[in-house]
Design a protein around this ligand. Structure first.
Ligand SMILES: [Zn+2]
Length: 283
């Protein structure tokens, strides 16, 4: 959004504007630059990152530390037809560590390259910042650059979570995740990992949010023992986190550890909506 808004709302970082009465978007001469009309404020130039589909219900205006304004449109899509082929298609999703996510059908979603690239970039600019003497113009400049990198990471992460959540709700009728609030993600000083942690939460939130209008359902399951339990025979196999393969001492199942967890999450998801699938042996 144009910076002309800044003096108007400089003191607040987040403001909500009811757009139901005056959401007017006008196409500018270039396709990405458009104008938005806000009552009491007037015409504002905006840069649309993706086309707005559906009826605009609400606009949230946010001012980032870098001085940029973000306009976030919430749209309603009640009239979208529900794809019938999705009924009965169920998936369990295990997030984390080596891949961004593993699905219960064995598919893996790789960590995007920017996790690592931005980790290096952030470390680099933070080093420059830490060396700049306090109160100098160099320090001010370095701080601005650090904030810009943080902002870029947040935008890329949102884009990524947005993409994956779209794929999930388009493909599956029931999507089971572990409840990350119960799981309590491990404190990790690895920055790429922490970029991932936030992205997982964002993925679960966005998928849950989109599921209703897409005719899907999201369930959050108890994460206890999802990685230890054998997805074939149900016994608990003790293993440490570095072991990437699930080797069952009882039934001999040997598969990727994340895949084993995703199958367990899938089963728990089914149980939570009252469907028993593979009967796990009582412990
Ligand atoms: Zn087993």
């Amino acid at each position: 959004m144009g910076r002309s808004l800044k003096p108007f709302k400089e003191t607040i970082s987040r403001a909500e504007v009811d757009m139901t009465r005056s959401p007017i978007l006008r196409k500018g001469s270039r396709s990405i630059l458009e104008r938005m009309y806000l009552s009491k404020i007037g015409d504002i130039k905006i840069k649309l990152h993706r086309p707005i589909e559906g009826k605009i219900k609400r606009l949230t205006v946010r001012w980032a530390a870098t001085g940029k304004w973000y306009a976030c449109f919430s749209v309603g899509q009640e009239d979208l037809p529900k794809p019938p082929w999705k009924d009965g298609s169920l998936v369990g999703v295990d997030v984390g560590l080596e891949s961004f996510a593993t699905l219960s059908n064995g598919e893996k979603i790789a960590n995007p390259r920017f996790f690592r690239e931005e980790e290096h970039e952030l470390a680099r600019v933070q080093r420059i910042l830490s060396r700049a003497p306090k109160g100098t113009p160099e320090r001010k400049k370095a701080l601005e650059i650090v904030e810009r990198v943080h902002e870029r990471i947040a935008n890329k992460r949102y884009e990524f979570a947005h993409q994956i959540s779209n794929q999930l709700v388009n493909r599956y009728g029931l999507i089971a995740f572990e409840d990350l609030n119960i799981k309590g993600m491990m404190q990790n000083h690895n920055l790429a990992k922490s970029i991932g942690d936030v992205a997982w939460n964002m993925l679960v939130t966005l998928t849950s949010y989109k599921a209703a209008s897409a005719g899907s359902m999201v369930v959050l399951v108890d994460p206890r023992n999802t990685s230890k339990m054998c997805s074939r025979c149900g016994i608990l196999v003790q293993k440490d986190l570095s072991e990437r393969v699930h080797n069952c001492t009882q039934c001999g199942l040997s598969i990727d550890g994340d895949w084993n967890a995703a199958i367990n999450i899938h089963r728990l998801g089914l149980q939570s909506v009252g469907i028993q699938s593979v009967q796990a042996r009582p412990l």
